[in-house]
Write a protein that binds this ligand. Structure first.
Ligand SMILES: [Fe+2]
Length: 302
């Protein structure tokens, strides 16, 4: 029993509609309006009812990664495992389940304090049950059984948080990236990449530093380099801040760039990510380099 995939991410925005605009016009996601939840925004990227859930708050923040447990049995077993590990598990109510388009869900936090949710049974609504049509003409995103993409979250309590996701949540190791400490005495940069029960190289990664918005980035994957380039054009035309230039990662082979969405929530937009069909034949790797080329990190506007 382990997590099937990353089904949705719940974030917040200070100005309602800013993420719908960014998601639609820059990333090519499809905004969905739900009259019964008109204080929220929903962004669809495939057949799932939505992949990004947006609430309004005082600041942009990651409010929860939504992990699909795949079945009621797995869901209940995971709650028992979380409770046995002394995690606080809060059962979601019917209204919350309706908002998330899930049958049943529960909320918890990892040892670094990152909020997450587990659920089973994706449901839908009349508004959400429509074919995905990208406002900018993207044919499809790479999703399905592999979930929406991946999330990299801050884990200052790195060892405890890593152990939690492996031992309690049942993730598997993909890569342990440790960048040698720079000469100026700054701490080592470490990012731990883990996979769920699907072929995406990593659905979750833990960074060994804190982050003000609770998520280092989230990643969406398209099917061609041309869609990555077209998104980069839209980013530049709209003067969206670039966090990292185009590059190709060593561990998951992703060719991507990073921009910064509303509220400081960064998005990696890429293609050609590595898929592993049989994890039993994949020895986890240890890396000291993040990129084959590119991915130059840019100073952020203040
Ligand atoms: Fe990434």
């Amino acid at each position: 029993m382990s997590v099937a995939n990353l089904a949705y991410i719940h974030i917040s925005e200070t100005e309602q509609g800013s993420w719908s605009n960014f998601g639609a016009n820059i990333l090519g996601l499809m905004p969905i309006e739900r009259p019964d939840f008109n204080d929220h925004s929903f962004l669809k990227m495939d057949d799932a009812p939505f992949r990004i859930l947006v609430s309004t708050a005082e600041q942009g923040q990651m409010l929860g990664c939504g992990w699909d447990m795949g079945s009621k049995e797995n869901y209940q077993a995971m709650i028992a495992k979380l409770e046995a590990a002394n995690a606080t598990v809060t059962a979601g109510d019917a209204q919350g389940a309706k908002l998330r388009c899930v049958t049943e869900y529960a909320s918890s936090n990892d040892p670094s304090g990152n909020p997450f949710e587990i659920f089973y049974g994706r449901t839908t609504t009349a508004e959400c049950d429509v074919p995905f049509v990208s406002p900018v003409g993207i044919d499809k995103f790479v999703t399905g059984d592999m979930g929406l993409g991946h999330a990299v979250i801050p884990a200052p309590l790195t060892a405890e948080t890593h152990a939690f996701y492996i031992d309690t949540m049942g993730f598997g190791m993909s890569d342990d990236l440790r960048m040698p400490p720079p000469a100026d005495g700054a701490p080592e940069l470490r990012i731990i990449f883990m996979h769920a029960s699907n072929s995406r190289h990593h659905s979750l990664a833990l960074a060994n530093f804190p982050h003000p918005v609770g998520i280092v980035h989230m990643m969406f994957e398209v099917t061609s380099i041309d869609e990555v380039g077209a998104c980069l054009d839209r980013v530049n035309q709209a003067n969206v801040p670039i966090m990292s230039t185009l590059g190709r990662h060593c561990n998951d082979n992703m060719l991507s760039f990073y921009s910064v969405g509303p509220g400081g929530i960064a998005v990696e937009f890429g293609y050609d990510g590595l898929q592993i069909d049989d994890w039993s034949q994949f020895p986890p790797t240890e890396s000291t380099e993040g990129d084959f080329w590119g991915h130059a990190y840019q100073p952020m506007p203040t």
